[in-house]
Design a protein around this ligand. Structure first.
Ligand code: HEC
Length: 457
């Protein structure tokens, strides 16, 4: 009984993680009908007929989600070494089916490293309890199986610590049991939605051994003897959901309220995939290397297609098709596509932001003794590294540039003259005291910080 439950769980997890299925790589076996309505010919989607070259270009290159998968996702994910699907850190988006399956699917399910996990990908963890002495299940923050020879442990002498060989569980709350050592069966619990649509608690695995209650009673250590190794390995492989998968003490699903999926229908800004391309989501930096690692980064038109595709997915639907036309006409990002630049053109660091700073600010912020201790002259890279994620001198609690946040980027606040700044609004005009930057230039800096994640390109 226990085995079959475990097997069922394993099956479900494998699906969720999108293990690459080589048989689907062959375009001849793509499991749907690649219908491609040309924009304008379907009843709901009217073609964009405006004059923005990026919108027109995106519409031409990426009329449907299928094109988006074939020409953009495959390029950024598959690359020479299959960046996305060979590394656990990345979701497998190799087939159109896997791409569709990533809509609404959890992110960072099988991250290679704990630190690569984004808080907002953390789901509510599975729970743990002892069968006897019983207590209410406690959320699992994270676990670690420390490999090696099991040591001799002795209640009066050697006690386990965080590095002791065996299974370590770190829980959200202290376990309400007496003493430090007990022989007990630990049970792992998860909620399922049953056929009637009700939430049902299921014990999906259990482990009987000698347990130690350590530290603040939220750290449990389970002894693993030679003959228990297989049991523990299959327990670990069953994919216990960890509420604090990145081990930073914050439980993403609890603290931030909403866990984000890989692709959130209707909400590009809340889609991990987009955040991963940009390097940030909202005001948070997304850990890990920005995708794509090795391939040509997406340009404005690529990003526009992705954003409009996601925005056009119906959040109320349960199934989506890549075959529908992407609605560039209704898409909100069509209003200002150049702001979506991650590289190459539009509001980029090298082509736009740096020249604005150097010509408007360099006169005072340069040379031997730059005003305000801020030097905005020098090589592109030097200036960039002085600003991004570097604290301001006037308000050290804020960085000069905080990717993804205007309110937390002190340099931006100095340009708008926001009430909380120290000193004057910038740029100071030595003749009349103050004359703000032209609106278009300030907008470019803001786009670069907010929409392009202040990347150096
Ligand atoms: C005429 C000289 C002058 C010009 C031009 C000027 N600044 Fe300043 N800047 C100053 C002085 C003086 C200070 C320190 C006193 C203050 O903040 O009022 C300062 C301070 C700052 C600070 C605070 C530094 C920190 O680490 O907290 C920032 C940011 C800044 N300037 C950005 C800019 C930007 C961006 C521009 C161009 C758009 C610019 N400044 C143009 C003179 C200038």
């Amino acid at each position: 009984m226990k085995r079959s439950l475990l097997a069922a769980t394993l099956g479900a997890l494998t699906l969720a993680c999108g293990t690459p299925d080589p048989s689907k790589d062959d375009p001849g076996t793509i499991p749907f009908d690649p219908k491609r309505p040309t924009p304008g010919t379907t009843s709901e989607v009217t073609a964009y007929t405006g004059s923005d070259v990026d919108v027109l270009g995106a519409q031409l290159t990426y009329p449907t989600g299928i094109d988006l998968h074939r020409k953009l996702v495959m390029r950024t994910c598959s690359g020479t070494n299959g960046v996305c699907h060979n590394q656990k850190e990345y979701p497998d988006l190799h087939t159109p089916g896997a791409f569709v399956a990533s809509i609404g699917a959890p992110c960072n399910v099988q991250s290679g490293t704990a630190s690569g996990v984004f808080d907002r990908c953390e789901r509510l963890g599975d729970r743990f309890r002892f069968t006897e002495p019983a207590f209410k299940g406690i959320e699992i923050g994270w676990f670690e199986l420390v490999p090696g020879e099991s040591p001799e442990l002795d209640p009066r002498g050697t006690r386990p610590d965080a590095s002791t060989v065996g299974l370590h569980l770190y829980l959200h709350d202290p376990v309400p049991v007496e003493g430090v050592r007990l022989n007990a069966t630990g049970t792992f619990l998860r909620n399922f939605i049953n056929d009637q649509g009700n939430v049902q608690e299921l014990a999906f695995a259990s482990y009987e051994t000698r347990w130690w209650v350590l530290d603040d009673r939220r750290h449990l250590f389970a002894e693993v003897n030679e003959n228990q190794r297989d049991t523990v390995e299959s327990l670990v492989a069953s994919g216990i959901v960890q509420g604090d998968q990145n081990r930073n003490g914050s439980y993403g699903a609890r603290i931030l309220g909403n866990t984000v999926p890989l692709i959130k229908p209707g909400k590009p800004e809340d889609s991990y995939l987009v955040a991963r391309l940009r390097g940030y989501m909202g005001e948070q930096t997304v850990p890990g290397t920005r995708m794509p690692l090795a391939n040509q980064p997406p340009n404005v038109q690529d990003m526009l297609a992705l954003m409009c595709f996601i925005e056009g997915l119906d959040p109320a639907a349960t199934q989506w098709s890549l075959g529908s036309a992407i609605d560039y006409n209704k898409c909100s990002y069509s209003a200002n596509p150049s702001a979506l630049s991650l590289a190459g053109s539009g509001d980029t660091w090298a082509a736009r932001v740096l020249p604005i700073l150097q010509s408007n600010c360099g006169g005072c912020h340069g040379g031997e003794n730059p005003q305000g201790g801020l030097n905005l002259l020098g090589s592109s890279h030097d200036v960039y590294t002085r600003l991004v994620l570097k604290p301001s001198l006037q308000k050290p609690e804020l960085n000069l540039i905080q990717p993804g946040s205007l309110d937390k980027s002190y340099l931006v606040l100095k340009l708008t003259g926001d009430g909380s700044i120290v000193g004057s609004r910038m740029p100071i005009n030595p003749l009349n005291g103050n004359s703000p930057l032209p609106e278009a230039e300030r907008q470019s800096i803001e786009n670069w910080v907010l929409l392009s994640g202040a990347v150096e390109n």
